[in-house]
Design a protein around this ligand. Structure first.
Ligand code: UDP
Ligand code: MG
Length: 311
């Protein structure tokens, strides 16, 4: 009987320090899995270190390694898309190159699909141990916020480490949007998903590519891609302020009419003008954000540009 193929997609950005550890580990894990053959697809996301030459060597050394290399850094989302598009397997796993997504979980994940009837397997962290407390705090706020505002519910602590069956891979690849927030896309496509929790693991070597600012921008991306509630909010806010001003106009007119005392509160006036113009600018900015997203979508630029690939 022919063995089924499992593809492992690995986005890499400046990972020359972690990759030697990764290849050893994944080789062991794939060899230990009965009844399946594996292929590993490294996607070099415009690294500036020796990542490309390293994965080139791997692909020459091992017949089960392929690679795709981008012309510049397009971001992890583009790298995941490129890897999944070229995956030939019946299943595909997406995992980081730094061993923070333990390859050793793969047999258990595959079992859930092959024997327990699931179509996807997601992973999440048991705790946020080892993460700066301030980062955990903002992450928690983000998940609470986005889950209030969007119909697509995200799991707090979910990692991008996933195992997908063919229908799920095809569904993800078929989504044409340029602004890709894959945490949301994974949830949006649905499919029966099993969640496996594991302890947070420290990066094996090298540094994280996510600064606080990059994470902040990523979370805004998530909210704008998966919710239009902010637009409704700004309308509601506008209505409330209109109502408030109507009430005060009536109250002030009555006061003038009955007591003949006009308003002498210059300060309060300025405060109100400031508040209202602030709200207006905020809402305008909000509109602008959505328009900017639409602008990048309708340009229909490719998600990434490949400068080199194996075979
Ligand atoms: N990565 C990428 N492009 C980027 C940033 C990151 O392909 O622009 C890859 C990176 O090489 C790693 C994975 O995405 O395999 C996760 O990145 P990292 O470990 O820095 O993130 P963290 O685990 O700290 O959230
Ligand atoms: Mg990492």
């Amino acid at each position: 009987m022919e063995k089924s193929l499992i593809s492992v997609v690995v986005p890499c950005y400046n990972e020359e320090k972690a990759l030697p550890h990764f290849i050893d580990e994944i080789k062991k894990v794939l060899a230990s899995m009965d009844g399946v053959t594996g292929e590993v697809i490294f996607v070099n996301d415009g690294s500036r270190d020796g990542t490309l030459s390293m994965i080139r060597d791997f692909s020459q050394q091992y017949p089960w390694v392929r690679y795709i290399s981008f012309s510049r850094n397009f971001g992890k989302e583009g790298a995941i898309l490129a890897g999944l598009s070229s995956a030939k397997g019946e299943w595909a796993a997406v995992m980081d190159a730094d061993l923070q997504d333990p390859p050793a979980l793969l047999p258990e994940m595959l079992k859930a699909i092959r024997e327990e009837g699931y179509e996807c397997v997601g992973t999440c962290r048991k705790t946020r141990k080892g993460e700066p407390p301030i980062r955990s705090f903002f992450a928690r706020c983000f998940y609470r916020f986005i889950n209030c505002m969007s119909e697509t519910q995200l799991m707090d602590g979910a990692r991008d480490y996933k195992l997908l069956s063919r229908p799920a891979i095809d569904a993800l690849v078929s989504m044409p949007e340029v602004n890709r927030f894959s945490k949301g896309l994974y949830e949006w496509i649905g499919f029966r998903t099993k969640w496996i929790a594991f302890e947070n693991v420290e990066r094996v070597a090298g540094e994280t590519k996510w600064s606080f600012w990059k994470l902040f921008k990523y979370s805004i991306e998530g909210i704008l891609s998966f919710s239009t509630v902010p637009l409704v909010l700004s309308t509601v806010l506008g209505l409330l302020f209109m109502l408030a001003s109507l009430v005060s106009i009536i109250a002030l007119s009555v006061r003038q009419y009955i007591y003949h005392s006009s308003v002498d509160g210059w300060t309060s006036m300025v405060c109100i003008i400031l508040l209202l113009s602030g709200v207006q600018l905020f809402c305008l900015g909000l509109l602008g954000q959505y328009m900017a997203k639409m602008y990048t979508e309708i340009k229909r630029r490719p998600h990434y540009i490949v400068s080199e690939s194996s075979k």
